[in-house]
Design a protein around this ligand. Structure first.
Ligand SMILES: [Zn+2]
Length: 286
């Protein structure tokens, strides 16, 4: 991201806040998280979030900011893949929520979006255990999900059973292997949100600079808005300071007995951006 892009995105923020954000996002370990921000900053940060958008197909940048209960802010941006089917796309709302989740946040209290959320994202947001109270900010309006998605499909998730706050599953490799990426992939899979397939999965990307990016399955009761672990990992890389650094290795962890299989899609997705072969670790419940 160029200096002028950052400057344009930070127009409107006071100079001290803008300077702190510029320092954070240009630091080598930036991961898409902004801490100690004034609560009023979220809406003003949407242009910055949108600057992380990758949109080779639509040419349309969308930004989102998730405000976690901790007070931390999480960037989100739409992520498209040239040469891939349209359904491989991650939307900005999903990107921000998943970013908060991958930083181990347990609750998002507000979501700011630069465009009106599409139906797919409204359904995805149903997986939050606080889906009835999370404030969805679009321009000057604050909506509840029931206003945006009346007569919703699927049950409301209860507290402790939603996308961000569900209980981890204990998993282990069928054939133990001390390889770091394999263990990272298992660790990620343990915190999957897979109440519908009951098939947790984890994915780890290692970039050439040694940075690791993990992803885990985030399911939707309507299935199609679900986000597979490989896409979650690619989102974390895209929101980081390593977004343009090549992928060196890719590792997937899947349940040996899973009835669904994340690998064909993961392999197609990774092949669009890297020559790395996916190493697979098969897991079982501990
Ligand atoms: Zn959407």
């Amino acid at each position: 991201m160029t200096d002028s892009t950052i400057d344009r995105a930070l127009t409107g923020l006071d100079s001290a806040t803008a300077a702190r954000i510029r320092q954070a996002i240009t630091a080598p370990g930036f991961s898409g998280q902004l801490t100690e921000m004034p609560s009023t900053a979220a809406a003003q940060l949407l242009p910055l979030a949108a600057a992380f958008s990758v949109h080779p197909i639509s040419g349309f940048a969308v930004g989102a900011i998730a405000v976690a209960a901790s007070g931390n802010l999480y960037l989100g941006a739409n992520l498209e893949f040239q040469g891939m089917p349209l359904h491989a796309t991650l939307h900005a709302e999903q990107s921000a929520i998943l970013n908060a989740w991958m930083h181990n946040e347990h609750e998002v209290q507000a979501l700011h979006v630069s465009e009106t959320p599409c139906g797919h994202c409204r359904q995805f947001l149903r997986e939050l255990s606080n889906s009835e109270t999370v404030g969805i900010h679009v321009g000057a309006h604050i909506y509840t999900l029931s206003e945006l998605l009346p007569y919703a499909f699927g049950e409301t998730r209860s507290k402790g059973n939603g996308l961000l706050d569900s209980t981890p599953v204990a998993l282990e490799a069928v054939k133990p292997n001390p390889n770091t990426s394999q263990q990272r992939a298992i660790n990620a899979a343990q915190r999957s949100y897979a109440p519908y397939s009951r098939s947790p999965e984890g994915f780890v990307l290692e970039c050439l600079n040694g940075q690791f990016f993990s992803g885990r399955a985030a399911e939707s009761t309507a299935f199609n808005p679900s986000v597979p672990s490989a896409l979650v990992a690619l989102n974390q890389r895209n929101l980081s300071s390593s977004r343009t650094v090549a992928i060196a290795t890719a590792t997937a962890a899947k349940l040996a007995t899973a009835i669904n299989n994340p690998l064909p899609f993961a392999s197609t997705l990774i092949s669009s951006t890297s020559n790395a072969e996916i190493k697979v670790v098969q897991m079982d419940a501990r």
